[in-house]
Design a protein. Structure first.
Length: 336
């Protein structure tokens, strides 16, 4: 049998990888050439393999540590690593504050620059950057409508949203997105739509009254699951931007106050579609955090969420990068 070369670990495209891991009370290390995590079981220890060539993100929670050798192998395979608190939140890195999202990105001198060049062509133009943010918002709403109406997983869990009300809310939101003159107005439109989605999800599951709590102030199951699930989306957002070679600071909507704003922007493309409804479903069905997390991961994989995120970012970079090179034609939001 031929030996496996380190370069072969990247043979699986990130958009096709199946695994996201959340680990706690364990040690991540290299054992026999494989990346494994070790847990204590009575007087002995159990070793569990992590197929890093088929993994996008590893979240290390309470009571975890990682060896230098494991970090080397994770970097070779292009796995995004995040340190977080118990239950997946809050997310922080050893070099950062727990109030910000930060990722330990795999180091490589050979990341692609094509999409970064497109991105920076338009990013310093306020109008084009706003246009890109609007394109993200429209893509988010279309993905949301598609997933809520067509997800087999949601149907099997008896999630029954009012699709007519959802379509009406989306149609009402689109003119506001198109008319927004700045990012604050666009963020206001986003918040207004989110409130409607919480209401629709609550009605679809019979959850009752719901108010979105600030992170860390969650007192009910739906809020806790939303916090937890959102960090899975952030892991995919960080992976998508790393794959395309885009720094996390070059945000189009959330960049005013957050160093990792682009991760938030990209994660928003699929958060409302996948994480939001599952949070309410799991809250009503009494799922544990592990059950909720596993269902989210399976749905994200089955729905090809990372593919969608990467394709949307690529299309946005190319579209607005070309517009920056063609100042004769005005910026048009429609068709972006």
């Amino acid at each position: 049998m031929d030996s496996l070369m380190a370069g072969d670990l990247k043979c699986i495209l990130h958009s096709k990888r199946a695994n996201i891991y959340y680990l706690e009370h364990c040690r991540l290390l290299v054992n026999g050439g494989r990346v494994e995590y070790i847990t204590e079981q009575g007087k002995g220890s159990a070793y569990w393999n992590i197929p890093i060539a088929n993994t996008t993100t590893v979240l290390l929670g309470t009571g975890t540590s990682v060896t230098q050798a494991a970090m080397r192998e994770l970097a070779k395979a292009g796995v995004m690593l995040g340190f977080c608190g118990g239950g997946g939140t809050p997310l922080f890195a050893a070099t950062d504050s727990s109030l910000e999202v930060a990722w330990v990105s795999p180091q490589s001198e050979y990341r692609p620059t094509e999409y970064l060049q497109h991105w920076v062509r338009f990013w310093f133009d306020d109008a084009l950057r706003l246009g890109a943010a609007k394109a993200f918002q429209r893509a988010r709403l279309m993905r949301l409508q598609q997933h809520w109406a067509g997800s087999k997983t949601l149907r099997q869990q008896r999630f029954k949203p009012d699709l007519d009300a959802l379509a009406a809310a989306i149609q009402a939101a689109l003119p506001g997105i198109a008319a927004a003159q700045d990012t604050m107005t666009l963020l206001t439109e986003e918040a207004r739509m989110s409130k409607q989605l919480y209401r629709l999800a609550s009605l679809a599951t019979g959850y009752g009254e719901f108010t979105r709590a600030k992170r860390g102030d969650s007192t009910d199951a739906a809020n806790r699951f939303l916090d937890h699930g959102n960090y899975l989306a952030y892991g995919l957002g960080a992976t998508a931007t790393w794959v395309l070679g885009l720094p996390h600071g070059l945000a189009v909507l959330h960049g005013k106050t957050r160093r990792g704003g682009l991760v938030f922007d990209v994660a928003d493309l699929i958060k409302d579609a996948v994480i939001l409804p599952q949070a309410f479903v799991s809250a009503m069905q009494g799922h544990s955090e592990q059950e909720f997390r596993q269902t989210c991961i399976e749905t994200l994989t089955r729905s090809e969420a990372l593919d969608f995120m990467i394709d949307t970012v690529k299309a946005t970079a190319e579209t607005f990068g070309r517009r920056a090179q063609d100042p004769v034609n005005p910026v048009a939001d429609e068709g972006a």
